[in-house]
Design a protein around this ligand. Structure first.
Ligand SMILES: NC(=O)c1ccc[n+]([C@@H]2O[C@H](COP(=O)([O-])OP(=O)(O)OC[C@H]3O[C@@H](n4cnc5c(N)ncnc54)[C@H](OP(=O)(O)O)[C@@H]3O)[C@@H](O)[C@H]2O)c1
Length: 270
């Protein structure tokens, strides 16, 4: 079923624009990353596409994700938004198209936009479809509407300060792979004493410990980094094995601390 379609690690590109995103994607592809996460809203799709083309890595070897912003969910506009994304990226098809956020206050019915997202899949604009920032109830609704059976992932915030355990377990029980965004809590993990201690014991960095903890929960990680040394370390983090005691000590850091919480966010589960 849906498990294992997404590569276990991808490069995030939020906030990165123009030459900075070109350099980040170029060095990541050179280091062996084969999964890149962008979005219409990041305003960097053209630069991401350029970096992919210039990398020399065959397009088919790269798992490329983009997302449709919440103001493009209504009617034909969703397909138009994806057409624009493909045009900017310079590709015929992405590997994954996500609904970036559920329609605020359910303004656009889920059956409408999931149906149109699946229509984009049927037209070959994307290989797979998925959702992002959906709560437990919204995951269930999305899976129940026509086309929803093709959803492979829910991309949500997960890091040591936001374990998101109930939602993660629910998605996994329903066969929906979880992709964890902001796995480094945008750098905050580096200053956390428990992560520092575990990192010292393994001779690695707190960022690597955080990524290993997320990945050990069978969650795909998409850290962003502009530095080749960090990108290399983040790839290597997938080889780090944490003991069950270490996993539990990191679980205990959960403070329900949400970084991405805009005013149009849904009513979170925890
Ligand atoms: N679906 C959504 O609504 C949503 C929301 C937010 C994010 N996302 C996706 O998730 C991706 C990741 O989130 P994010 O970029 O906000 O935050 P993040 O990956 O948690 O953190 C990125 C920060 O960590 C630093 N960093 C990376 N690797 C490091 C290392 N090994 N050691 C020390 N510092 C390190 C980076 O700095 P350097 O550049 O200096 O390495 C950067 O400042 C985004 O880029 C985006 O693709 C999705």
């Amino acid at each position: 079923m849906a498990q294992a379609i997404l590569p276990r690690i991808g490069l995030g590109t939020f906030r990165l624009k123009e030459q900075e995103v070109i350099d980040s994607v170029s060095s990541a592809l050179e280091l062996g990353y084969r999964h890149i996460d962008t979005a219409q809203m990041y305003e960097n799709e053209a630069a991401v596409g350029k970096a992919i083309r210039e990398s020399g890595v065959p397009r088919d070897d790269i798992f490329l994700t983009t997302k449709v912003w919440y103001d493009r969910l209504q009617g034909d506009d969703l397909i138009k938004s994806l057409e624009e994304s493909l045009e900017k990226l310079g590709v015929d098809q992405v590997d994954l198209a996500l609904i970036h956020w559920p329609s605020p206050k359910g303004e656009v019915p889920m059956a409408e936009y999931i149906g149109n997202l699946d229509e984009a899949r049927k037209r070959g604009m994307t290989k797979h479809i998925g959702i992002s920032n959906f709560t437990i109830a919204q995951v269930d609704e999305a899976l129940s509407v026509p086309g929803g059976e093709h959803i492979i992932t829910n991309q949500v915030e997960v890091h040591p300060f936001l374990g998101n355990h109930a939602l993660v377990s629910h998605c996994q029980a329903r066969g929906v792979q979880v992709t964890g965004y902001m796995p480094l809590a945008v750098g905050k993990v580096m200053k956390e004493p428990v992560l520092q201690e575990i990192a010292n014991e393994h001779g690695v960095t707190p960022a690597q410990v955080a990524l290993a903890w997320v990945a050990a929960r069978d969650i795909v990680v998409i850290p962003s980094s502009t530095k080749p040394a960090h990108q290399r370390a983040n790839l290597a983090a997938l080889d780090l094995e944490l003991s069950s005691d270490e996993m539990a000590r990191i679980d205990a850091l959960d403070a329900g601390e949400r970084i991405a919480n805009p005013d149009f966010a849904p009513e979170w589960d925890d």
